[in-house]
Design a protein around this ligand. Structure first.
Ligand code: 73E
Length: 789
């Protein structure tokens, strides 16, 4: 028996009996025990015959592993009991684990949910990422401004869950030049004079849900290769710095040339290290390369790892001596690509000169892929109105990564129905008409183990008391809850659970951040990356409107509300940082207003993280999913809050549409323009935010607060934001959707007054949320993209 809870129990008790420890020490002890008893004991099992999937991603956001791992190993209750026996508070021990700062937002969290589901469904599916020493950044707020500090998540002694596998280190090469020559009648390519960086893998175990499966997340660290003696110290420390920089920060500022180079090098470092390791293990296991697609699959998580396509080609051609056609066939059969955004600025391109300089052989291969693609397209003919620039990978001096990823993959998917259809019919039309069988949709999902079982034990236990435990492995069975939608006792208990979760959040915020929130208020939550299209600013305009309303008619607001925000803004995204400052300034102002005290509250929680989300989401009443329609590819926060019994106020965007389809329109608050209207405005209709402003007194009052000195706490007022809306085109149609948003918000308020009706809607949402389990998503990827059985 490999998974032996008895042994775990014995060892843990022995250790705890022998000495007293701090919470962190107990946590480290638990991690050590789990690795020793479960991972090491299973290493021999790893070289199995089953097909292996690798999920390449610049980001992973696992949050804390301790509860997840204990739950998956069926040790959670045992462990809590032992800790209590030795007078340790399980919650305090667990919370001493720091979140791994390997991600930024939804894209990284999705990757972690996928790893959880891959293991839960007993697939051999692993993550490949980078081990960023300082993560994205730690956000602090100072005088209403976001300050970015290095996130020291690795602590003094390294990360408790990782294990360095130094025997699996590989070398990644940059720069140099390509030497081509004839060898055995074959044109051969060799890189010479390169800069070499050592890549060391750290394995983090990923356990399946009570099924004995152990997968891994491998994160690579960059190190300089020691010079042979005599060492020239100055040169060595320069190259050390250059190497180590590669895995210091996630998304380093790329506004400068050096920043861009660093990001490109990071991307190549990930894919080169990852694929070298995968190929060498594959060959060492005695497999033949011709069978690669039957035995290995690789998912490219957005375009950041798209260089894996030319890198695999390079290895197959230059190292394994395959010819181009064979190598291309294997590569395209192995690779598949997920697009996560249609936002123009996120569609990556790299300047040709940069690739030529940093990765000369990779550039040659991309050039050849492009040449063959264009030749083929021209031979078959362009359609009416089409130009080769709609298809080419290299246009003028830029390499288009989404096109490279698409042509090098056998499947391309978007992450919600609407997004996939825009991807197919607009952005990638020239490709989808030529390769229709490659385009598919895989609507995102979230791990119900992490976001319901772990984050909300009260709700999870209550659900099990009603419908049994089978939903835990078959989340669609949450639908059985529908038979309780008119059961008053059930609805009352749901309300009580929400209140208990709100109280826990209140206590946490009071003790840790000295923030006080109104216990009896409606918790209105918008937690996500800060971006113009996500429209945190629209939420804020509504708050300013309500503030006015409360002053004018003190009884107008029938339900007290607390607006909860949490968001990080990319360091180089000035406008997003200004919106954070505005939220913080408005919060300060409103919270000090004696006239609206007890009715309105606004909080901005600094340093948004997975662990923080696990506190906030179970306490949310209203989930703000208010992106400009067509801009949010899917969203996953929407699913998390739905699963935890919050109602959504949202646009018909991303996965909101599929949520509405499931729960039907009366159980979700939809508002605003639809995607096709937005697209039509963008393409040809004239949009005049000023006309709307001139006709809406509520907007005039709300917006004037940004410039008339009402909102201060800043050296300048918020003229820049005011101007962006009124004079710079209001890119994300806030003013256009404002009226409809305010109206729908007031409908939500009316509904909330009828607690029973509200709870019924919550129950219907929870019951349908099983569809959004990432187990469903992964089952679809497995059968339709990866060919797993
Ligand atoms: O809609 C979300 C989606 O739910 C989308 O914005 C997000 O991915 C989530 C998971 O599919 C996303 N992140 C990025 N692009 N899309 C991104 C792009 C560049 C850098 C970092 C993240």
């Amino acid at each position: 028996m490999l998974f032996n809870p008895k042994l775990f129990k014995e060892k843990l008790s022995n250790q705890l009996a022998n000495s007293t420890y701090s919470n962190v020490e107990v946590l480290q002890l638990l991690a050590r025990l789990i690795k020793e008893l479960y991972v090491h004991a299973n290493l021999s099992d790893q070289c199995s015959q089953e097909k292996q999937v690798y999920y390449f991603s610049m980001e992973f956001l696992p949050g804390r592993f301790i509860e997840t791992n204990l739950l998956n190993l069926d040790l959670l209750d045992i462990c809590k009991d032992i800790l209590l026996e030795y007078h340790y508070a399980p919650r305090d021990v667990f919370q001493s684990e720091l979140d791994a700062a390997l991600g930024n937002g939804g894209l990284g969290r999705l990757a972690s949910c996928f790893l959880d589901s891959l293991a839960a469904l007993n697939y051999a599916g692993h993550g490949m990422g980078l081990r960023y020493q300082y993560g994205l950044f730690e956000q602090k707020m100072k005088d209403n401004h976001q300050i970015e500090l290095p996130d020291r998540w690795l602590g003094q002694n390294g990360y408790e869950w990782e294990e360095l596998q130094s025997n699996e280190s590989v070398i990644v090469q940059f720069g140099g030049r390509v030497h081509s020559f004839m060898k055995n009648n074959r044109l051969t390519f060799e890189l010479i004079g390169t800069e070499q960086v050592k890549a060391s893998p750290y394995h983090i175990p990923i356990f399946g849900f009570q099924n004995q499966r152990i997968n891994s997340l491998t994160v690579w660290k960059a190190e300089a290769i020691p010079y042979p003696p005599p060492i020239e110290f100055e040169a060595f420390s320069k190259s050390k710095r250059h190497a180590e920089q590669l895995t210091e920060f996630l998304y380093p500022d790329d506004t400068s040339y050096e920043g861009k180079v660093l990001r490109l090098r990071q991307q190549y470092f990930l894919v080169s290290a990852g694929i070298q390791q995968i190929l060498s293990q594959y060959i060492n296991a005695g497999h033949s390369l011709s069978q690669l697609p039957e035995k290995r699959a690789m998912q490219i998580n957005d375009t950041h790892p798209a260089l894996i396509i030319p890198e695999l080609m390079r290895l197959l051609i230059d190292h394994h001596l395959l010819d181009w056609e064979e190598a291309w066939k294997l590569t395209t059969q192995v690779m598949s690509y997920t697009n996560h955004t249609l936002m123009n600025e996120a569609l990556e391109t790299w300047p040709v000169f940069l690739l030529k300089e940093q990765l000369p052989r990779i550039y040659q291969i991309i050039e050849e892929i492009n040449r063959r693609l264009c030749e083929d397209v021209l031979e078959r003919g362009l359609s009416e109105g089409e130009s080769i620039d709609d298809i080419a990978i290299i246009i003028e001096e830029d390499i288009h990564m989404a096109r490279l990823a698409t042509i090098g993959s056998h499947k391309i998917n978007g992450v919600a129905k609407l997004h996939s259809s825009i991807l197919k019919n607009q952005l990638m039309k020239a490709f989808s008409t030529r390769f229709p069988e490659r385009f598919t949709n895989k609507t995102n999902g979230i791990s119900h183990r992490q976001w319901l079982m772990n984050a909300n034990p009260l709700l999870s236990d209550f659900i099990s008391s009603l419908i049994g435990e089978s939903w835990k492995t078959a989340p669609h069975k949450l639908e059985s809850l529908l038979s309780y939608q008119d059961d008053l006792d059930v609805l009352t208990t749901l309300a009580d659970i929400k209140t208990a979760n709100k109280n826990s959040l209140i206590t946490k915020l009071r003790t840790e951040l000295e923030i006080d929130i109104l216990p009896t208020s409606l918790f209105d939550v918008q937690i996500k990356r800060l971006h113009g299209y996500k429209r945190q600013l629209l939420n804020l305009l509504h708050i300013l409107y309500l503030w006015d309303l409360c002053h004018e008619k003190p009884d107008a607001l029938r339900v007290p509300r607390t607006f909860i925000f949490a968001a990080k803004a990319a360091p180089g995204y000035h406008y997003a940082k200004r919106i954070i400052s505005l939220i913080a300034a408005v919060a300060k102002q409103i919270n000090q207003d004696k006239k609206t005290k007890g009715k309105l509250g606004v909080v901005f929680l600094p340093n948004y993280s997975v662990s923080q989300a696990e506190w906030i989401i179970p306490a949310a009443d209203l989930s703000e999913q208010i992106s400009t329609a067509s801009k949010e590819a899917s969203g996953t926060g929407n699913m998390k809050m739905m699963m935890n019994g919050a109602l959504t106020i949202g646009t018909r965007d991303g996965a909101n549409i599929e949520m509405a389809e499931l729960v039907s329109n009366e159980n979700i608050f939809e508002f605003g323009m639809a995607a096709d209207e937005v697209i039509a405005y963008e393409q040809n209709r004239h949009y005049s935010p000023r006309d709307i402003f001139n006709q809406d007194i509520r907007l005039q009052k709300a917006l004037s607060k940004l410039v008339d000195g009402t909102i201060h706490g800043d050296e300048v007022a918020f003229q820049d934001i005011y101007y962006s809306l009124l004079y710079r085109g209001d890119e994300f149609f806030l003013l256009k959707d404002f009226g409809s948003y305010v109206h729908t918000q007031s409908q939500a308020e009316n509904q909330y007054l009828d607690s029973q009706a509200w709870q019924k809607k919550c129950l219907i949402n929870i019951a349908h949320s099983g569809y959004f389990s990432s187990d469903r998503t992964i089952a679809e990827y497995a059968s339709e993209i990866w060919g797993l059985t």
